[in-house]
Design a protein around this ligand. Structure first.
Ligand code: NAD
Length: 393
């Protein structure tokens, strides 16, 4: 189909007028998406003078979907994203109660988006708690499908947990459950396959971007077979599949225990290029790293399956109900996620333009209220900020 992005022999085939589904998102979703789309289209126009153009296709999820269709995540949305491979989304309201799991988790699981990619960098002009925030330039690869997020747990005092504890004590000879009568039990699976595919994705990214250090972050000193397995299988994969790069020095792979990583990332962030982590460690680390460059509200993210090509780029903040509909929200997270999307489909010129325009605006202390307060400058509204970006594009 002519306007469909597809995957052939591991490579994305991108037409000049690709259809890209977007989920506007709830709360501030509308404020930021309406501006972001204008910026994206203008950046594409500037880069390709009409030769290329995105056909944005709205698909519904979250509150807007529920109000329109009675479903939080309509089947139609999944089908469209499956068909078009690449999509972008704003923040989604997680319905409270009613047994509905996080929509974000549902999207990731349904499409097996195993790599959560979070590039963390400093933008000049932003207030940061660090002395030299520009030294932090770290790309996080967080495993997205395993670990405690598999949701295998049993509640204390239930019949199920009693069976699990009895099995552990009798069959597995476990004698270290301190308070068996009142313990909940959780199990985390970490597999060879799951570890290998995320480490491979991190190494491929490092090689593509000419970054030499890939660091495996883990808690293998405590959990020898899960976290320790992640480390071991990561090294083995690197040796087996990237031996020549290791020998030539083009690639260096090392590992660090997670708690030490948090320390070293603050003290010597320049020592890290690409870090690859299990799911929970990756969750903590990506927000902590974003915070240290003052970028928690603006850092972008993507969830990718490199085998199928499926990828969802997303604003990493929530729906910010306190400022929704007020033209106040910072659109940088969705904009930078868009830049990642364009880089992913090979439209690097567009990605560079969007990033460059944001760099210029922030450096000139043109920013929305969330950042302006700390920098003691007058805040721009979402739409004023977007207009400044257009002039810089
Ligand atoms: P939140 O990120 O929405 O808000 C936390 C604070 O950050 C608020 O003060 C808010 O005003 C501010 N903020 C967030 N985004 C901003 C932006 N773009 N510009 C300026 N300020 C911004 O987190 P929350 O209040 O914990 O969650 C609200 C809702 O969002 C919940 O329903 C939650 O489930 C959902 N949520 C969704 C996602 C997602 O879809 N990726 C992520 C987190 C939370």
């Amino acid at each position: 189909m002519p306007d469909f992005i597809s995957l052939k022999n591991g490579k994305l085939i991108v037409p000049d007028h690709p259809i890209i589904p977007y989920i506007e998102g709830d709360g501030v979703g509308q404020d930021i998406w309406s501006q972001a789309q204008v910026v994206f289209d203008y950046a594409v126009e500037k880069a390709y003078q009409g030769r290329r153009k995105v056909k944005w296709l709205e698909v519904l999820a979250g509150k807007k979907a529920y109000d329109t269709t009675g479903q939080w995540l309509p089947e139609e949305t999944m089908t469209r994203i499956k068909d078009h491979l690449v999509a972008i989304k704003g923040p989604l309201e997680t319905p409270v109660g009613g047994g509905i799991r996080s929509l974000n988790v549902a999207l990731r699981q349904e499409l097996d988006l195993y790599a959560c990619l979070r590039p963390i960098r400093y933008f000049k002009g932003i207030d940061s708690p660090l002395k030299d925030p520009e030294k932090t330039n770290i790309t996080v690869f967080r495993e997205n499908t395993e670990d405690i997020y598999a949701g295998i747990e049993w509640e204390a005092k239930t019949a199920d947990v009693k069976r699990v504890i009895e099995f552990l004590q009798t069959d597995m000879k476990v004698d270290k459950i301190r308070f068996p009568a009142t313990s909940s039990i959780g199990i985390k699976p970490i597999s060879i396959e799951g570890s290998e595919r995320i480490v491979r994705a991190a190494i491929e990214y490092a090689l593509k971007h000419k970054l030499s250090h890939v660091t495996l972050v883990h808690k293998g000193n405590i959990q020898k077979f899960t976290e320790g397995g992640f480390r071991k299988w990561g090294y083995e994969l690197a040796q087996r599949e990237y031996g020549a790069y290791l020998e030539s020095g083009q690639l260096q792979i090392n590992d660090i225990i997670a708690d030490n990583f948090f320390q070293q990332a603050l003290l010597h962030p320049e020592n890290f290029d690409v870090v690859v982590l299990t799911n929970l460690n990756g969750d903590y680390a990506s927000d902590a790293l974003a915070a240290q460059v003052g970028g928690i509200g603006i850092s972008p993210g993507a969830n990718i399956n490199y085998q199928t090509g499926h990828a969802i780029f997303e604003a990493t903040h929530g729906t910010a109900p306190d400022i929704a509909g007020q033209d106040k929200a910072n659109p940088c997270s969705i904009l930078l996620s868009g830049a990642m999307l364009f880089a992913y489909i090979g439209w690097q010129e567009v990605a560079d333009r969007i990033q460059g325009a944001i760099e210029k605006a922030l450096e000139n202390q043109e920013m929305t209220a969330d950042l302006a307060q700390a920098s003691k400058v007058k805040a721009l509204s979402t739409s004023q900020f977007a207009k400044r970006l257009i002039t810089y594009l």
